[in-house]
Design a protein around this ligand. Structure first.
Ligand code: UDP
Length: 410
């Protein structure tokens, strides 16, 4: 049995996914820690206190605790956290002294936690594993409207070169990190994400459409935080090209008050293109309620410029809904470009969707239409099972443990 400290300081693992700073990373941390807990390990997930009456320690699932430490700085957005990192190091150390506990490893998530983990690992003399989730440099390079600060870029480089192990969720991200920072291959380990198939599974399409008020429409779904790197303009531009008789509704789920500017920009684009009535912004939807949306959808579209994994893809496939996605994150592992053969498989519901290697709106419109035309029932269950066989949290947890054992014997 191992005792592990997972750091997720800028965003709570139980925070509202789909809001500005909370998304796939939280789903990832709950999934991985939950599976490690089930295997008999102990995980403390450290995050910052965000409200006045928050309990310091809360049990999330067997073996997994959420520990909210107080650095004295009060509620802050992630861009304001850097100067308070030393106080977070002190608060975590103090908690461990009071509880009289020590850890076998530190696993830092996102660069801000990485900076804290680096200090703790020096003090405690235990291995430091880092997962960036996204890289500032990759975001900036992929999308002109993103402007991640130089400080983040510099810290990510330092962490990549000094941590005991970097974890990524997709082979493309491994290649990228190795190239960016000239790392050795074995410094970077791919541990793919899982998906909770008890939560995400096929339901009746007509019932799901009725419950979401979408009966009679072809439903194109996009789910995630609303930020420029998600590339939603492309989806809106593709939606303009779809024939009126298809009665298309594009449902965009995600975004909170902090995403208002970005949402307003997308609404303006839809209005300029004359398709406001085709686009529905549902705002943030509770994670537990998302299966209904995936099941109401005929196709899920992921037009992101850059993803480090893209959990939405697994959730959609687990519900039997095909995907149209670009060549980033895990998508090239799941999908193939459109060819005669893919088209044939799609008509038999045996293809999980279409991979697009360009950002040409007419190509996206064509791929989206092909998927929804052939999709009045969910994908063939054997296809879903085959694809998702490797993507589960237990497998991820086993790889994680194997990696730690290797690190301890090095
Ligand atoms: N999500 C959610 N409610 C929303 C929007 C998103 O629960 O309103 C969840 C979604 O189910 C997924 C995560 O947020 O688990 C998004 O993960 P992804 O890897 O696709 O994107 P990221 O946020 O990491 O960029």
């Amino acid at each position: 049995m191992m005792r592990m400290a997972f750091l997720s300081l800028h965003s709570s693992p139980v925070g509202k996914a789909g809001s500005k700073d909370t998304g796939g990373m939280s789903t990832y941390l709950r999934g991985l820690s939950g599976a490690l807990g089930e295997m008999g390990h102990e995980v403390d997930l450290f995050t910052r206190v965000t409200g006045p009456d928050e309990a310091e320690v809360k049990t999330l699932s067997p073996g997994v605790r959420l520990v909210s430490v107080d650095d004295g700085a009060g509620p802050l957005s992630k861009n304001e956290l850097y100067p308070h990192l030393p106080a977070m190091v002190d608060a975590i150390k103090k908690f461990c002294r009071t509880e009289n506990i020590s850890f076998d490893l530190i696993f830092s998530n996102y660069w801000l936690s990485g900076c804290v983990g680096r200090e703790l690992s020096k003090s405690w003399q235990v291995p430091h594993l880092v997962m960036f989730h996204t890289l500032g440099r990759a975001k900036n390079e992929a999308c002109r409207e993103e402007s991640e600060p130089g400080l983040r870029l510099a810290e990510e480089e330092k962490l990549a070169c000094s941590s005991d192990q970097i974890i990524v969720a997709a082979p493309l991200e491994k290649e990228r990190i190795i190239n960016y920072y000239s790392l050795r291959k074995d410094n970077v380990k791919v541990i793919p994400c899982g998906v909770d198939r008890q939560l995400f599974h096929p339901l009746s399409r007509p019932a799901a459409k009725e419950e979401t008020g979408l009966t009679g429409n072809k439903v194109i779904l996009a789910i995630g935080r609303i930020e420029p790197v998600k590339g939603y303009e492309l989806l809106i531009r593709a939606a303009v090209l779809l024939p009126a008789e298809d009665k298309v509704k594009v449902v965009i789920v995600g975004g909170d008050v902090k995403s208002e500017i970005q949402v307003a920009h997308l609404k303006e684009l839809a209005a300029d293109l004359g398709i406001s009535n085709r686009i529905i912004f549902s705002g943030l939807v509770e994670h537990q309620k998302l299966p209904l949306y995936y099941n109401a959808a005929d196709v899920t579209v992921i037009p992101s410029y850059y993803e480090s994994f893209g959990l939405v893809a697994l959730e959609s496939l687990a519900c039997g809904t095909p995907l149209v996605a670009g060549s980033t994150g895990i998508f090239p592992e799941l999908l193939k470009p459109y060819t005669k053969k893919t088209a044939e498989l799609l008509t038999k519901k045996k293809s999980p969707g279409i991979l697009l290697e360009n950002r040409i709106s007419s190509a996206w419109a064509e791929a989206i239409r092909i998927c929804y035309i052939h999709h009045s029932t969910p994908l063939d269950p054997s296809v879903i099972n085959d694809i998702l066989a490797t993507y589960n949290w237990r497998t991820a947890a086993l790889s994680f443990i194997r990696l730690i054992q290797e690190l301890h014997t090095k």
